[in-house]
Design a protein around this ligand. Sequence first.
Ligand code: UDP
Length: 415
Amino acid sequence: MLSVHTSPLHQPGTGDAGGMNVYIVELAKRLAAIDIEVEIFTRATTAALPPAVELAPGVLVRHVDAGPYEGLAKEDLPAQLCAFTHGVMQAWAGHRPGHYDLVHSHYWLSGHVGWLAAERWGVPLVHAMHTMAKVKNAALAEGDTPEPAARVIGEQQIVRAADRLIANTDEEAEELARHYEAARELVAVVHPGVNLDRFRPADGRAAARARLGLPADALIPLFAGRIQPLKAPDILLHAVAHLLEEDPSLRERIVVPVVGGPSGSGLAKPEGLHKLAARLGICDVVRFRPPCAQDELADWYRAASVLVMPSYSESFGLVAIEAQACGTPVVAASVGGLPVAVRDGVSGTLIHGHDPADYARALRPFAAEPERADRMGAAAARHAESFGWDTAAAATAEVYTEAMRERRRLRSGHG
Ligand code: UDP
């Protein structure tokens, strides 16, 4: 596997680390469990890192020197792809021929390295976009910076070069075909999973609230994830301001945790959300928390009345499925993978558009009827159970097998 711009060892929830890191870790572990050994190449970002780290039995993370450890943003990395590829080739040169059976690249930067490596090694290239420039640009938050044309071109090249593409949802498969002219039969849809051992209702909402020092009877709409315009935590704050305007007595019993750190275009104004809370006069109810390990995040999910995801685009939205697995319903924008992750009216509410008043309207019943969180939360936990990583790994292994079979067929066809 190739993950150039972010390491599976990084803490997700801030900067360049998010769902893709979790995806790679969980998928690689489950693949290893079914006898598919995985090596993950990623760019070294500190001098202290050993060249290789065992993440789990059968999963090795290899650190590649490509450019300085610090000071390079993701946008600078296209200039480091040759250096990175050189590192990958050096590691390969130390092995017997045929060491790698297949390359699975994640995100377009890795796709370019994978393109060359797979061709050199005579093995298939399987690629997962995770996000796509054209899709992001079609649904930008107001004032957000569009993805550059160079990325669009880079993505188009990978779509042409890859043996197989893996999409999170049917919607993403359609987007690959519509925006990048991917051949539909080469796109496999594999839903990401959720770690059901870690994300489960456990001892319930009241106990989680007690552990986190949150009031037992409060309305707690939670935001969790990278703080950037496309995730739109500002819409949640506006919605909360609406609720408080309508019912000032709610101020005594509402807490709005925002768990995560700045990322992407959000890095330009890291204080932006704090300032918005001040402008809206709701600093007393909003609690900003830095990104935390998933075991702690699970408690934030359990404690919440509802997870709120007003995102402009979301290739899947792992936090939606994690919160539900913990027994918490989700109010989400009806974009990207969220209509798959959330069962509208059963495990949460899907909202068309980004009007804060609509989000306030969806939150109001949770304030009026606190048992709603438990009732919908139970349905949410049941819904999440169908998203195990074992299923995702088995489906991914099937894609690998097909891609390798197709290669063999072509090779024998050509004599
Ligand atoms: N996450 C975390 N700690 C935090 C906030 C988020 O570990 O404080 C993880 C979360 O569990 C999820 C991932 O970051 O697995 C975010 O994935 P998602 O698909 O929701 O968003 P992305 O970052 O890919 O846009």
